[in-house]
Design a protein around this ligand. Structure first.
Ligand SMILES: Cc1cc2nc3c(=O)[nH]c(=O)nc-3n(C[C@H](O)[C@H](O)[C@H](O)COP(=O)(O)O)c2cc1C
Length: 182
């Protein structure tokens, strides 16, 4: 750990499970972590940054172009973070992360950060099973990224199969293995 308290970057992407990320954010804060949330533009269509700003008690990063200090935020955060969690992680985010695409605040952070990462995919089972998505997930796993789910069940779009986001408390249990919280 780089500071006294674990510093976590929590990425939230544009899936219907984004509302569950609020619970995860709240639980991490209650565990004594400093949580910096980065939302994609599409995540902001599902949940508001106000929710995460309030729960994390710090401004949410939603753009690359709001540079608060002399150095870009994604570099500063990549140097500071002890753990990177993405919940929910869209198929789009997995593709970008696996291929080093850096075209927004979250993917640019991901392309800069070199520490441990816990990724909780959530999507329609057909998206998860698609060979492209499976190849992206396999590549990330080979590089040492930890996958929290997805799990089997009923997804919001009405389908059944593997694609549901793991429950926040289970993601937290996996994340805690990387943290030294009381
Ligand atoms: C109602 C709705 C629900 C969606 N849910 C998901 C989802 O659960 N998982 C996913 O991978 N994409 C989902 N999408 C598609 C993503 O929002 C889309 O691929 C988007 O480009 C993702 O952007 P982001 O990865 O930058 O957040 C959904 C789209 C809509 C309109």
């Amino acid at each position: 750990m780089k500071g006294e308290r674990p510093f976590i970057v929590l990425g939230v992407t544009g899936g219907i499970a984004a509302f569950k990320a609020a619970e995860l954010c709240s639980s991490l804060v209650k565990k004594g972590c400093d949580v910096q949330v980065i939302m994609t533009e599409n995540a902001c269509r599902f949940v508001t940054e106000l929710t995460f700003r309030t729960l994390s008690q710090r401004p949410v990063v939603t753009t690359l172009w709001d540079v608060p200090e002399w150095h870009p935020e994604h570099v500063a955060l990549a140097n500071r973070a002890d753990l990177f969690i993405v919940a929910p992680a869209t198929a789009n985010f997995l593709a970008k992360y696996a291929n080093g695409i850096a075209d927004d605040a979250l993917s640019t952070f991901a392309a800069t950060y070199a520490g441990p990462a816990v990724i909780a995919p959530a999507m329609n089972p057909a998206m998860w099973c698609h060979p492209a998505c499976q190849a992206n997930a396999a590549l990330l796993a080979k590089r040492g990224v930890t996958f929290a789910g997805p799990v089997a069940g009923h997804v919001a779009c009405g389908a059944d199969g593997v694609g549901r986001m793991m429950e926040p408390e289970d993601i937290l249990s996996i994340a805690e293995k990387f943290l030294h919280t009381p």
